[in-house]
Design a protein around this ligand. Structure first.
Ligand code: 2M8
Length: 458
């Protein structure tokens, strides 16, 4: 597998050295049909990581990219849920916490996937249909047998994706608001973001069985990871989900953390757009296409309702207290990802993204959005989702801007993001002021988005 470097349309310049490194990272983390998120910190298959990984793999080998998602969806639950982790039975015991043994009770749930059940019981943002669409586009460029194989893959994936999106639109949105409810910060993928602080602080921690964190062994500085108090809350929420035997209706009725996540909701809108194209490619029935179109519209309306005109951002909504979670983070730009915006709203979002609250903050090493605005009191430049720059978020914004014809803004984002990777390597996240690479090195999804960027000829 390697990127077709001979393509004369791709001026790689100062980024050329990223390509062999990114390919090496994906090879190193390739477990045969699926890719671990990173070599030590995350030795299993994560849901939205896999989708981003498939986007990068599609640039190298469309069949391998398709396999990545087939493997993940082998862990799909009967109710359509795609679990946030599919565990590797061969990973060294105790290498990640909470590992498969912690979730073993899912076998009792009627919704659990067919045995052997080695998944978590939560989910993550639904990037998958976007990834499948990328695989289709890459296969169309190649044609021949690869395209024929990808069409067979689409035939298998379409019903699974439809079931996944239906699950999110029903079990996770009984209000039909167009917005996805999450039960746990891990479901947002932006785990310790200050987005969740107010809602989490309200959670009264009960008796959490003794546990030992593994993540702190894999970072140089423990301030890069969530605190012990945050972990206690995470584990307590998992405990409650387990006690409810993963029964979504029961969780909905009693859980102390129920939040409408605007980023997951926006990704679902974009994923439904992708699914609509996939539905065309597999000649899906009209009523299913209509169902998907309704969800796209409803999702955009839901996001519109979360707009805070004072901040010029979109805000998550705490269902239990019925109030918006007013904090400036990258999730505020979710409408950009959902697309379909009126010109004025699009311009407001782009201006805010480039303002001193995010990319224009004085002294940033690269002109890239910190995960939390440095003007927020809860900003922390080293702590995980509380400030550092995340390459996958840069990719999402770049892709959204490109899709909506904002080529100049997209190009600037891509250039800065590639400069950051050329200088700091394929790290999980980066300190925004110094550019220091943080978290796990050799992070698969970082390598994957780099390959996708480098395959673009602009
Ligand atoms: C991080 O989350 C996991 C829990 O799912 C962890 O901290 O142990 C997040 O960055 C998440 O978005 C990501 O999918 C995962 C693997 O890269 O790591």
């Amino acid at each position: 597998m390697s990127l077709p470097l001979e393509d004369p349309g791709i001026p790689l310049g100062r980024w050329r050295s990223i390509i062999p490194r990114a390919e090496e990272v994906l090879r190193l983390n390739d477990m045969g049909g699926w890719t671990r998120a990173s070599p030590t910190l995350y030795p299993h298959q994560w849901s939205w990581d896999s989708a981003f990984i498939a986007i990068g793999l599609a640039r190298l080998d469309v069949r391998r990219a398709a396999r990545e998602l087939e493997t993940l969806f082998a862990g799909q639950w009967r109710d359509g849920k795609v679990p946030h982790i599919v565990f590797d039975p061969h990973a060294p015991p105790g290498s990640y916490f909470p590992g498969p043994e912690h979730w073993a009770t899912i076998a009792e749930s009627p919704d659990a996937p067919p045995r052997p059940t080695r998944t978590s019981g939560l989910c993550q943002p639904p990037v998958h249909a976007i990834a499948v669409h990328h695989i289709l586009e890459a296969a169309r460029e190649r044609g021949g047998d690869e395209l024929a194989d990808v069409h067979r893959f689409l035939g298998k994936m379409y019903p699974r994706l439809l079931a996944w999106h239906r699950y999110l639109a029903t079990s996770r949105d009984p209000e039909e608001s167009g917005l996805v409810t999450i039960f746990h910060p891990w479901e947002s993928g932006t785990d310790n973001s200050p987005r969740w602080d107010v809602a989490l602080e309200e959670v009264q921690i009960g008796e959490v069985p003794h546990y030992e964190r593994k993540d702190l062994q894999h970072v140089e500085d423990i301030s890069e990871r969530p605190t012990d108090l945050e972990y206690d809350r995470y584990l307590w929420l998992v405990e409650l989900v387990k006690r409810a035997r993963y029964d979504e209706a029961e969780i909905y009725g009693s859980h102390p953390f129920l939040v409408k996540d605007v980023l997951a909701s926006a990704i679902l809108v974009a994923a439904n757009e992708a699914l609509l194209d996939i539905a065309d490619a597999v000649d899906a029935p009209d009523d299913e296409r209509a169902e998907i179109s309704v969800r796209i519209e409803r999702g955009r309306q839901g996001l519109h309702g979360c707009w805070d005109s004072g901040l010029g951002l979109c805000l998550d909504h705490d269902l239990l207290r019925d109030e918006p979670l007013r904090v400036r983070t990258v999730s505020g730009f979710s409408p950009l990802v959902a697309g379909g915006l009126k010109h004025g709203r699009l311009k407001t979002l782009i201006n805010n993204l480039r303002s001193p609250e995010f990319i224009g903050y004085p002294g940033l090493r690269w002109s890239l959005p910190p995960s939390t605005s440095p003007l927020e009191p809860r900003f922390h430049p080293r702590s995980y989702w509380r400030g550092p720059v995340w390459p996958v978020i840069n990719w999402l914004f770049w892709w959204s801007l490109e899709r909506d014809g904002e080529h100049e803004h997209a190009a600037r984002l891509r250039e800065e993001a590639l400069d950051q990777l050329a200088s700091g390597g394929l790290a999980e996240y980066f300190e925004p002021l110094t550019g220091e690479p943080l978290g796990s090195g050799d992070q698969s999804w970082t390598a994957a988005v780099a390959l996708d960027w480098l395959a673009r000829s602009d």
